[in-house]
Design a protein around this ligand. Sequence first.
Ligand code: PLP
Length: 371
Amino acid sequence: MSNPAPLSQRSDMVVFLNGEFIPADQARVGIMSHAFSYGTGCFEGIRGYWNAQAGENYLFRLREHFERLHRSARILSVTLPYSVDRLMEIAVELVRRNDFRENCYLRPCAFKADETIGVKLHGLEDQFSMLAVPMGDYVSTAGLRCGVSSWRRIDDNMIPARGKITGAYVNSAFAKSEAQQNGFDEAIMLTSEGHVSEGSAENIFLLFGNELVTPPPTENILLGITRETVMQLARRELELIVRERVIDRTELYVADEIILTGTGAQLAPVVAVDHRPVGTGAIGPVSRELQRLYGEVVRGMRPEYMGWLTPVFGTAATTATATPAREPELVAAADGDKAAGNGHKADKATSNGRAAGSHRARASRQPAATR
Ligand SMILES: Cc1ncc(COP(=O)(O)O)c(C=O)c1O
């Protein structure tokens, strides 16, 4: 039986908060934190795929996720005390310490932590956290029924969608609940001009013949890492024409196939929009092929795409995106120096040597079956 306790009550799982790996039940964020009141945080969602045959957990496109986190932090004026390389090391160490030998999901978050009343972005103290949990499907990958939302996608000069900002997800939550309470599985959101933007937490692709189209970055979308992956796979492996262009609402009603993409959603074919069948009303051949390809790539079954994967348990030398060969102590010291001027704690876990070489959570763990 899986352990139903929420993460905040788990002493057997490890999280990273303000430079330390600590048991999850000891991680505390104040209820007066700025981000709690005002949504002033930015975050990432990253998946790890367990390949039982290889005995490896592969973190997918880790570098790209942390590059995007850095961009989100710049937009939100949040100081991130760690380089992309250091964030990758922390992510690998976190999954290793939790000893996840199953699919998992990582959530790093950089947020305004000052305990103060007052809406602004500048002059506030920031904090950083990262958690990891086991994770299965986020939405069904067996055919979604979608509804076009009455909630419009937030505009770039309202809350910038290209930053993955916590407060912006209220917009997604309105759309998702409306869709589900109206009997759909997922929402498709339009821009304020009425063009197709994206799902509540997914980018969108429409297929017309051999042309795959997706809204451009200026349509208030999050520039998805899965989106970019699918664009590459469609061009290289399926020889499709892939275009970024403005898409009208009614194109949703006449497309041959529609796919939602995201780290959580993975590749989720859409079989109906606003009660109209997409194509034949069943998952189409291009969607199926892309799903198959993606499933192989993320699990390390396609050698030509291994550069997108960071193995957790293996050696750093096996992948182009693996953690760099710098000494952990030196990295921690450098980050600590940088952090000192920014009000952040240094990475104590690594600087006191606990992180190096540890393959298991510090606290005793439940058997895998109970997670
Ligand atoms: C609003 C939104 N759009 C798109 C995506 C897809 O982005 P990615 O593929 O990088 O996960 C997400 C997922 O995080 C999202 O929240």
